[in-house]
Ligand binder design. Sequence first.
Ligand code: 0XW
Ligand code: MG
Length: 365
Amino acid sequence: MRIESIKVYQVHLPVKGGAYRMASDTVQDLDSTLVEVTTEDGLSGWGETCPVGPVYQPQHALGARAAIAEIAPGLVGEDTTSMRRLAKRMDERLNGHNYAKAALDIALLDLAGQRLGVPVSTLLGGALTDRVPSYYSTIVGAPDETARIAVDKVKAGYPRLQIKIGGRDLEQDVATVHKVWEAVGFTARIAVDANRGLTAAAALHIDRLCQTIPFVFEQPCNTMEEVASLKGRVTHPVYLDESAEDLNAVLRAVSSGIADGFGLKVTRLGGLTNMVTVRDLCAIRSLPHSCDDAWGGDVIAAACVHLAATVEPRRFEGAWIAQEYIEGHIDPVNPVIIENGHIRVPQMPGLGVKPERSRLKGPVA
Ligand code: 0XW
Ligand code: MG
């Protein structure tokens, strides 16, 4: 079946509670891009890409739409049977810009699933579960307040917490990690995420001053080289997030043993098709990882959850979706929802979510 049209929509996602603070940036209103790929028979598939502001990683909301505008005319008229051919076509139209191609990759898989009558998880190799764990990500906050939130979220059923640090005094970061650990202990697994915000020296101090607390240290420093320099000097496992910027970076990190695990973003890696490669590379070395995206609504949340369902549970670090920080749903009929810290895997053909037309303004391209 041939592609008849590709439409691009812009959706504003204001942060519930006002602001989401990370070491690198504070964001208040995120700019999401939805794509709708329609085939000649009237079937539509949806994709989404939503950078968490322009500073978190080298991705930009306007860049996503510009890249899709460059690529999309080359896909119209193409047959949807071969995902490989469509990926090649995208690369022929534009070098790089994985996070924009990701939205199209997701929409094409949504279409394929609907056409074949199977959920996207089946196309990714098959689900191992019908309910995946999520994790709660705090903002960089005061130690006592962060510990209070941590306790609340464990009570709400989250099996894992990601505590944000960085961009402030070392003392505050160390106190936050200790307070959270004293408050929750072994009732939740803990990741401490500095979002590139620490020098190697500061990371070494935090590691030493929190020696007995069993957390994984996520993206402590800016570059993969700085993180690599910590190897053998820190006692905590080190995970890469922002440095896992493409398939080659993941391959490098896995093969050289720099990372003990990953926080993975579906759009950064180029979509679900590339994430299957990353998932399988991690499996070879028994490396744990999450299936997240930086931000976004129900469409990207569904994509993360379908992929999450295909990951070996003992290595799975959770599917983070932005729901806790977003008001309402673009698909109010079949929203992707966190219940007791877990998310049900949609069982309908395709992604299992459809943006409600009345919630979308007209296409921007
Ligand atoms: C917790 N997240 C998945 C949400 C924000 O995009 C930051 C990110 C991370 O782990 O860095
Ligand atoms: Mg992270």
